[in-house]
Design a protein around this ligand. Structure first.
Ligand code: VAH
Length: 316
């Protein structure tokens, strides 16, 4: 059975569906902190689970004969800066519980998401390489870098088959903007469709690596379904879809919504964005397990503008 921790989050709500499609809903146990999330999981089992409750996690894994865990629960970059020690504690302790469990119970595979947030101000900004200086200056980035070290340690020392991707900013239409620095690129579509002006919390020329959610899901399943020996990087793979600035995504939307207006009012998240790369070299993911993105900015914009109104019916 497949257990997803944090299934109600931005990535989890879409990845859980794809895992149920691949393995069958009866093989998937979606868990999240909030019982209110249950309604979204009518196609698989749902259980309330606090990622910090290691006893409850162990009991669930043993009782249900779980063989794979997708550990998606984490505090994201912007929210993390408001509560650093809580973010560190949740992001790190919960990962260690999962890795220990995988070692003790010899679980088949573990998935844990990393992020371009592992890179810092002195990382090469353009075509950031797989191996380079990483001095993240956000708690989220520090926890992702430390998490990558622990994943590689548990693989090398105990043979735990844990796999990871350094996601760029993920953009989808099936969840509302969250505590991420890249979530301006989710919110902008909602504002465009609501006929409202969009105030962006980043500067117009803030280039960031981004990815449309269907590509992120494809990359995750491709990595997890790859033969063990082809997964040569056990920290976390660089992954790239596209790079764009707020100005560029605005222009892309404007082709469909001609009178859409934007203005820029950078806040504390600008410093976070400035510490991250502009673009990512994901050649190792392409070489090792055949990664290829499908979506560019205009294809993503067309797909979101078409589908978002059905998912979040516009307030009349
Ligand atoms: C965040 N969406 O903004 C996440 C992601 C690269 C950004 O890790 O925190």
């Amino acid at each position: 059975k497949i257990l997803i921790i944090g299934a109600a989050g931005q990535l989890g709500s879409e990845l859980t569906r794809s895992l149920a499609d691949q393995f069958g809903g009866e093989q998937v146990i979606a868990t999240d902190l909030r019982d209110s999330a249950r309604v979204a999981f009518d196609y698989c089992r749902f259980e309330v689970l606090d990622a910090m409750n290691k006893e409850a996690l162990r009991d669930l894994v043993k009782e249900e004969h779980v063989t794979q865990i997708y550990h998606l629960a984490a505090v994201l970059s912007a929210t993390g800066e408001k509560n650093p020690l809580f973010a560190w504690h949740l992001n790190m302790e919960s990962l260690l519980y999962v890795l220990e469990l995988a070692k003790d119970l010899k679980l088949d595979k573990i998935y844990w998401p990393s992020s371009i947030a592992v890179f810092g101000p002195n990382t090469p900004k353009v075509n950031t390489p797989q191996f380079c200086v990483k001095e993240p200056n956000t708690v989220y980035g520090i926890s992702k870098q430390a998490g990558e070290r622990w994943c590689e340690y548990y693989f090398q020392k105990y043979g735990v088959d844990v796999r990871s991707l350094r996601y760029p900013g993920l953009i989808g239409y099936k969840s509302l903007p969250g505590g991420g620095t890249t979530d301006y690129a989710v919110d902008i579509y909602h504002k465009a469709l609501a006929g409202e002006k969009f105030t962006c919390f980043l500067r117009e020329n803030s280039y960031l690596p981004m990815m449309y959610m269907p590509d992120a899901i494809k990359a995750t399943l491709d990595l997890m379904n790859a033969p063990r020996e082809s997964v040569k990087i056990r920290s976390s793979y660089n992954l790239s879809g596209m790079s764009f600035s707020p100005k560029e995504i605005y222009e892309s939307i404007k082709k469909h919504v001609p009178n859409f207006q934007i203005d820029y009012d950078p806040d504390f998240r600008q410093a976070i964005a400035d510490s991250w790369p502009d673009s990512i070299d994901d050649s190792r993911a392409r070489e090792d397990w055949g990664w290829r993105p499908d979506y560019d900015l205009d294809a993503m914009t067309a797909d979101i503008l078409k589908n978002l109104p059905n998912f979040f019916p516009l307030k009349k």
